[in-house]
Design a protein. Structure first.
Length: 428
């Protein structure tokens, strides 16, 4: 019983391994997005933006500095000689200040109102991050479109190879029949030669198709980061999204660029605003704030001051208007690019709908044409066996069947491709 179970399991595994694996277009698109090198930049952009936001937010923290200095100067403040003499007569000695001075100090400041500079800086960081992410989205969107284009190209080649194999079987079967007829004296050697030459020509076509499939497949493997191997491609089902409108990643990029300009405008407006801050400054050294005491005594002392400070750098007023006008011109440029993109997209959607309609009209008769061509070819085969026509006429009918079947397969794939292209344009 155990041996029977193991035998059944091995048989099932062998059957599963022999079953051809399918590579869908959805898997290719997903693998391409994961494998694309720029995907790693999403995480990098987030981390960089977070660090920059943390840094700019710390502008509200107290700022300080510690310093030490020792100086020598050629002159210092002294009392007039007359006053020094009078004081000396009263027993008061004022030797004056030393020319060598030294201090160890600390300065601390606290921003109270910055005119909106920190807020504008945060907006600029967020807007820049949005622009970078939108640019990456556009790159991945283009990669998806390229993967879909290559996938359908491979589907067409794969279908041509299948049809070529069937044609080879059909011509080879015909060649065996004609050789049998030749052996019975009802066919000529030239008939065999013509059919054999046709067979060799079709085999050459298959070799070229196989080489092309391998070459294009290498490009797809590079994009998805995996080997296709023996996996077969599958024609995906496709439905047209009839919803009006679209929102391409490029539209989001336009919005992000406009938001970035708005953030830049906030920065320009805040740059002309005054700032208000509190400060405290203290040091230990010589001389101190009491100059008269330092003239009498050269001892070091503690000294400090605290207060409020208002600063207004009005130099930005000179360039404010020109800078804002420049940003407005950039906004107009982006809006023009958006309008051009919408115009081109609308035309592409209209062309795509027209192509889909045309392919559907063409496909209405493709199946019927294939059936008629096959019927004519069967009749031609019977006529050849009865000596009514020669091999050239039969080969013509075989070629007609081959072309009709190729047209049917090509139109079917092109229709699905056109639907995918339309949905890709509409980002549905």
């Amino acid at each position: 019983m155990k041996k029977c179970f193991l035998a059944c399991a091995c048989a099932l595994l062998s059957a599963f391994a022999a079953f051809p694996q399918v590579l869908t277009i959805g898997e290719c698109v997903s693998l391409a997005r994961e494998h694309y090198p720029s995907v790693a930049q999403y995480g990098i952009l987030e981390k960089v933006a977070d660090l920059n936001l943390q840094n700019i937010s710390r502008g509200w923290l107290p700022q300080g500095s510690v310093g030490a200095q020792i100086t020598w100067q050629n002159d210092v403040a002294v009392l007039p000689d007359v006053l020094t003499g009078i004081l000396a007569q009263n027993g008061v000695d004022y030797p004056g200040m030393q020319k060598t001075q030294y201090r160890l100090g600390v300065d601390i400041s606290q921003q109270i109102w910055d005119g909106g500079r920190i807020s504008a800086g945060k907006k600029s960081i967020e807007a820049s991050r949005s622009v970078e992410k939108a640019s990456l989205d556009v790159q991945l969107y283009d990669v998806e479109g390229r993967v879909e284009e290559i996938y359908f190209s491979l589907l067409l080649i794969q279908e041509r190879i299948r049809r070529t194999d069937k044609t080879i079987e059909m011509v080879d079967s015909t060649l065996r029949q004609v050789k049998a007829m030749l052996a019975n004296g009802v066919a000529m050697q030239s008939d065999c030669d013509q059919i054999e030459a046709k067979l060799l020509t079709i085999e050459q076509q298959k070799s070229r198709l196989t080489a092309t499939y391998a070459s294009v497949g290498k490009v797809l493997e590079i994009l998805i980061g995996e080997s296709i191997g023996e996996r077969t491609l599958q024609l995906p089902p496709a439905d047209i999204d009839t919803a009006s409108g679209y929102y391409s990643p490029r539209m989001n990029l336009f919005d992000s660029r406009l938001a970035n300009l708005s953030a830049a405008e906030s920065g320009v407006r805040s740059s002309v605003m005054p700032t208000i801050g509190a400060f405290i400054s203290g040091y230990y050294g010589y001389p101190g704030y009491n100059m008269f005491k330092n003239m009498q005594s050269h001892d070091m002392s503690f000294n400090f001051m605290a207060g409020l400070k208002v600063a207004w750098n009005f130099g930005s007023l000179y360039t404010r208007k020109n800078t804002l006008d420049c940003l407005e011109l950039q906004r107009n440029q982006i809006e023009t690019e958006r309008a051009t993109f919408n115009f081109n997209n609308d035309m592409a959607i209209s062309e795509g709908m027209g192509q889909i309609t045309a392919l559907r009209d063409v496909m209405r008769n493709d199946g019927k044409i294939v059936e008629l061509r096959r019927s004519v070819m069967k009749a031609a085969g019977s006529q050849l066996r009865n000596g009514i026509i020669d091999a050239t006429a039969l080969l013509t009918k075989i070629t007609d069947v081959e072309l009709a079947e190729n047209d049917l397969a090509q139109h079917r794939i092109e229709l699905v491709k056109a639907i995918y292209n339309l949905n890709h344009i509409k980002n549905k």
